[in-house]
Design a protein around this ligand. Structure first.
Ligand SMILES: Cc1cc2nc3c(=O)[nH]c(=O)nc-3n(C[C@H](O)[C@H](O)[C@H](O)COP(=O)(O)OP(=O)(O)OC[C@H]3O[C@@H](n4cnc5c(N)ncnc54)[C@H](O)[C@@H]3O)c2cc1C
Length: 332
């Protein structure tokens, strides 16, 4: 479906919570859709994600498995494990999306749900602990750090507010700048001092502990900081390569600019999830995806490609008695 000569109505790039939610609603509207996913969803390292309504905690991998199973019942949706390498608008008004396996998809609409790429500290045993006792988002994993000793890796001025946030839960916070000079001004240092946060300008050599249970951080100069959790505040980058190829407007922070229905500045291109501005939660990504998928599906109403059962008799739409007739969800 969707390869040369056989265009689809929509192509969703990204099979995380945002992309699968968009695909679900495209499927419910019976839009012929190809979903491309390179299977690197952001929290694949995590055993338990928190705060998702009705499933708190939940394994993010299990949640996506369930979403893919649910999606399989919509016959107009095809999920392909492939990486989109380029996207452009072709002369016939279709989007042309090339994948790393050499295929090309032609689609009337495009939904970008490509997420972000996190930067990680270069520390021994980091990936033994990441997602178990080492995290980057205090909102997502701070509650589980309550009454525990926490180390923060980071050196920017922002580390001051990051540490203050963690003290909503943590018993203590120690900042380790990983061999960088602390970039904050004197008032940032004063704020950290006021909060009782010690700043250690040293490199981290190793995360100590086994089975993902963090016990301490060993510094290059030999010091040991006992702790049960570590958080890092370094950087992440929205995956916007396809959006940039298409000429979509980005925000100053590097996210894809969208309106409240997920429309980008390029007609026919939608975006949802962490690649767009806003809070980076699974539930928010899924909600954005549902909104963008629905808006995308509705935008195709007057441009049908033709569906297999379109010839079947369909009941005439009846006005809603006692109220205003709507075309679907209120997307105004
Ligand atoms: C350590 C950690 C812990 C977290 N804990 C929580 C938590 O407890 N609760 C919570 O609500 N949130 C949590 N989050 C945040 C949550 O992971 C994100 O908000 C959510 O995954 C965003 O969903 P998304 O669909 O936008 O992006 P992603 O989940 O990152 O999915 C993007 C998908 O797009 C694919 N993709 C990217 N580029 C391409 C391409 N060119 N072609 C094909 N496919 C592509 C990727 O492979 C990936 O599968 C956590 C994040 C991290 C890193």
């Amino acid at each position: 479906m969707g390869d040369m000569g056989d265009p689809v109505e929509a192509c969703v790039v990204g099979g995380g919570p945002a992309g699968l939610a968009a695909a679900t609603w495209l499927g419910r509207y019976r839009r012929a859709t190809v979903v491309l996913d390179s299977q690197e969803h952001r929290n694949r390292w995590v055993e338990a994600a928190h705060g998702y309504l009705g499933s708190d905690p939940v394994s993010p991998t299990a949640l996506l498995d369930r979403a893919r199973r649910d999606l399989a019942r919509y016959e107009s949706i095809e999920l392909r494990y492939a990486t989109a390498t380029s996207a452009q608008c072709s002369v016939d008004g279709l989007f042309s999306i090339r994948t790393a396996d050499g295929r090309e998809i032609h689609a009337q609409r495009l939904v970008l749900a490509t997420g972000v790429r996190d930067e990680f500290p270069d520390v021994e045993n980091f990936f033994d602990h990441y997602g178990k006792s080492v995290f980057h988002c205090p909102s997502c994993d701070g509650f589980e750090a309550r009454n525990k000793a926490v180390v923060v890796f980071g050196w920017s001025a922002q580390v001051a507010s990051f540490s203050r946030g963690l003290l909503d839960w943590a018993a203590s916070v120690t900042v380790v700048t990983d061999d960088h000079p602390f970039e904050g001004e004197s008032d940032h240092r004063a704020e950290l001092q006021r909060l009782g946060v010690h700043v250690v300008e040293d490199a981290v050599d190793e995360l100590c502990g086994s089975g993902g249970i963090l016990e301490s951080v060993r510094l290059r100069t030999g010091g040991i900081i006992p702790c049960a959790r570590a958080f890092f505040s370094i950087a992440h980058h929205q995956r916007t390569a396809l959006a940039e190829q298409l000429g979509c407007e980005l925000t100053e922070e590097g996210a894809i600019a969208v309106d409240h229905e997920g429309r980008t500045s390029v007609a026919g291109v939608y975006a949802a999830g962490d690649v767009t501005p806003g809070t980076q939660y699974i539930q928010v990504a899924a909600a954005n995806g549902a909104q963008a998928g629905t808006a995308c599906a509705l935008s195709l109403r007057d441009e049908p490609l033709g569906r297999p059962d379109d010839d079947h008799d369909r009941p005439e739409e009846q006005p809603v008695v006692g109220g205003e007739q709507r075309d679907g969800p209120n997307l105004a």
